[in-house]
Design a protein around this ligand. Structure first.
Ligand SMILES: [Zn+2]
Length: 367
């Protein structure tokens, strides 16, 4: 089925600069930051070159207001970002350094995902992809981290909840790194289901992405982590969608679904050790679109998170858009061809099955 998909983009997103000292105290030769603007720019260029842009409905982003940011982030954090924005460089948290005036673009990034929510709510489009920078899913209430300044998906979730008839929002995060931001922000909030599929034991100093982190108080059970072993490929990810994500969404009955769509589980990503190919990204986003149609009138927004390979990341993204639109844009995706030569992409090994079956049980507990 063909769906009318919106695309948020802006040239300014490609001007956001994460600087080079993203990982103090290490020093990287200038130009070596993994969060290079040209990767996402090439994603946009690929959509243009393949004639995909004409099939998408353009959505113009706007800047998020202070009031909208403060629904998620603390006043002291917001004030610190505003103050640092006028300086030569600012630091939002570990691995989240930004150049002068980049905070303005972070506001446009959060506002871009909100604009996508607005277009979906007014039914101008069936669903939407927000090709924004900087990403957001590591940002917590009072700090940024890992290239993320503002938690775009969380801000968009609260924005969706400001509409009458939208009470429950699900955030599904398939970036290869743990979605620690939404987990922390909605830890005690049963109105937002946070579900993260990521590479096990892989982010920051504390490992908060394990199966045991399930929320607290009235929010208990509404945070679900699926920490997959390195090397997990298409079969594992498809199984997680089928056995964990879809049942969890069916039990939760969201009024709106937001996907924190990292592309760094892609098989050639330098910051991940997973083996996902474009067809799997296509199937995952198609599954989300079908779920949204069944459960919440089709309301679905995908927000760009990580993805760090200059050559392959755009092609993983093309797969995502094929699934969202329900169309084929490229009869032979080169990174599907290359990826098919990797071993184990179509296998589920015992240590992977162990994680999936535990997470499957937690998803069943949501009923
Ligand atoms: Zn990531």
């Amino acid at each position: 089925m063909l769906r009318k998909t919106g695309l948020v983009s802006s040239e300014k997103y490609f001007w956001y600069d994460s600087l080079n000292q993203a990982f103090p105290p290490f020093y990287i030769e200038p130009g070596g930051n993994p969060d290079r603007p040209d990767i996402k720019k090439r994603f946009f260029n690929l959509l243009s070159a393949q004639g995909v842009l004409e099939r998408l409905t353009p959505i113009t982003p706007r800047k998020a207001t202070a009031e909208e940011i403060l629904r998620i982030h603390s006043a002291s954090y917001f004030e610190s970002l505003t103050r640092q924005s006028g300086k030569i460089a600012g630091e939002a948290g570990p691995g989240a350094v930004f150049a002068a005036n980049s905070f303005d673009i972070a506001l446009l990034s959060a506002g871009g995902v909100m604009a996508a929510v607005e277009q979906v709510m007014s039914r101008q489009v069936d669903n939407a992809f927000a090709l924004v920078r900087p990403p957001g899913h590591h940002a917590e209430t009072d700090r940024g981290a890992g290239f993320c300044i503002l938690n775009n998906a969380a801000i968009a979730a609260r924005h969706a909840q400001s509409y009458s008839g939208v009470e429950r929002v699900a955030i599904v995060d398939w970036d290869v790194h743990h979605g620690n931001g939404a987990q922390q922000i909605f830890w005690q909030d049963p109105s937002v289901l946070t579900l993260s599929i990521h590479q096990d034991y892989y982010f920051l100093e504390e490992n908060t992405g394990t199966l045991d982190y399930r929320g607290e108080g009235v929010g208990e059970g509404y945070n679900l982590n699926v920490p997959l072993p390195p090397g997990s490929g298409n079969a594992v990810y498809r199984d997680v969608i089928k056995r964990v994500v879809v049942p969890a969404l069916e039990a939760f009955k969201p009024d709106f679904i937001i996907v924190a769509c990292g592309l760094d589980a892609g098989c050639y990503d330098p910051l991940g050790r997973m083996a996902v190919t474009p067809s799997c990204f296509r199937d995952m986003s198609a599954a989300m679109a079908e779920c949204a149609t069944r459960l919440c009138d089709g309301r679905l927004v995908l927000s760009q998170e990580g993805g760090y390979d200059l050559a392959s990341t755009p092609y993983m993204g093309l797969g995502v858009l094929e699934g969202l639109c329900g169309a084929e844009f490229l009869s032979e995706n080169p990174f599907e061809v290359f990826g098919s030569t990797l071993g184990y992409t179509n296998a589920i090994l015992p240590h992977q099955e162990e994680v999936i079956s535990k997470a499957q049980q937690f998803a069943a507990d949501l009923r």
